[in-house]
Design a protein around this ligand. Structure first.
Ligand code: GLN
Length: 384
């Protein structure tokens, strides 16, 4: 009875609960998206060096100036976007905090955020915490395409923002430039802010290349771009992300960031500067690594009766389990307890109303070493 009513709208993360279940059951953890191999040695030696320097105190709230400058350079070169590192970029405690600070900065009670369904778990609880209301707009049933008409119909005078995530968690869908233009036009026409979560921007397969929503000129000043270092450099536990937005939006985001976290970890900001010494080969190699993983896991799960949407980016497989005659929760429990492999039940990416759509799926991550994936497949194959 002491707790705030808004907490009733959501539960703790199922993704992170599955990690705990993986540990309890001594299972291979293919639930929470994180690698089981070391980050690049340059980053590790950066931490060692930081330890011996005066990097043990707070950094300035917005993040180290030199790191923000590097990020500005990367945004220009890779994302084709110009942001001033002084007042348009902030370093946060992971992309998660970048999203939280952004959503807190935008919402008045009762205002709405459009969330494309299925969605990455954090978006909805953050919206409730900010006293906003998520409006779920389903992606098309099997292709996960954007349904433009449905999207248009969901916009009204309370709509404040839309969240787009490409490459997409949990499906691996990569939205095309035409899709992004649809979103941009809708936002411009209706004066809505676009929050774009691009944390998987370097994990993109086949012949695709990453496109940033904010690089479309018309929407530049009403776009909040969120990304980070976790996935690209295999440092999910460092909690280092960033947010870029025009100065007016950033003023508000910084106010929230300042009081939520003060600053991102100083030692690790220092070490992360080393990420910018890595050349193209590094980025090529991680793409290749995850593409090999994707192909291996997809083929092997397919051979065992899973129906799989082929991911074009990120490191997740959204697998249809209809074949097995269990719902997602039963199946995930069975897998973690009886086979020693942890996955995420699909319904955790859907709203309560459309939970049954999600219960046909489970999500596997292929962020681990290939050898780990092989062991997981062996475990799944083993008769009890
Ligand atoms: N993005 C990761 C996932 O979906 C988890 C991120 C997190 O737990 N903060 O598994």
């Amino acid at each position: 009875m002491y707790l705030a009513n808004r907490l009733d709208s959501f539960q703790e993360s199922v993704i992170r609960e599955m990690t705990r279940k993986a540990i309890e059951n001594d299972a291979i953890n293919l639930s929470q998206g994180m690698p089981d191999f070391l980050p690049p040695k340059e980053l590790i030696s950066g931490v060692e060096e930081a330890l011996m320097k005066e990097e043990h105190q707070y950094s300035i709230t917005y993040g180290r100036t030199d790191l923000r400058e590097k990020i500005a350079g990367k945004l220009k070169q890779y994302n084709k976007m110009d942001f001033n590192p002084n007042d348009e970029i902030t370093i946060t405690c992971g992309a998660s905090e970048a999203l939280t600070s952004s959503i807190f900065a935008l919402m008045n009670p009762g205002e709405e955020i459009i969330v494309l369904e299925p969605w990455y778990e954090n978006y909805v609880p953050i919206t409730y915490l900010a006293q906003g209301k998520p409006i779920f707009v389903p992606l098309a049933e099997n292709s996960f395409d954007i349904d433009e008409e449905r999207l248009k119909a969901s916009i009204n005078s309370k709509t404040k923002a839309i969240i787009i995530n490409s490459p997409h968690n949990p499906t691996g869908k990569v939205f095309s430039l035409d899709d992004l233009k649809i979103i941009a036009d809708l936002c411009v026409d209706n004066n809505i802010v676009a929050i774009t979560d691009e944390i998987y921007e370097y994990i993109i397969f086949d012949t695709l290349s990453h496109k940033s929503l904010g690089s479309i000129d018309s929407i530049r000043d009403q776009t909040i771009t969120v990304s980070g270092f976790s996935k690209t450099f295999s440092i999910t536990g460092w909690r280092l992300g960033y947010v870029a937005a025009n100065r007016k939006l950033m003023d508000g985001i910084r106010k929230c960031h300042d009081y939520l976290t003060v600053c991102a970890p100083s030692l690790l900001q220092y070490a992360t500067l080393r990420a910018f010494t890595l050349g193209n080969k590094y980025y090529e190699d991680i793409r290749k690594r995850y593409q090999v993983n994707r192909d291996y896991l997809m083929e092997n799960l397919h051979n065992h009766g899973f129906k799989i949407f082929k991911p074009k980016g990120a490191y997740y497989l959204f697998a249809d389990i209809t074949e097995f005659g269990m719902n997602d929760l039963e199946f995930s429990n069975f897998l973690v307890k009886n086979k020693g492999v942890a996955v995420v039940p699909g319904s955790s990416f859907y709203s309560k109303k459309r939970r049954n759509h999600g219960s046909r799926f489970v999500r596997f991550t292929f962020s681990q070493k290939l050898a780990t994936l092989k062991e997981a497949i062996e475990r799944i194959e083993k008769k009890l």
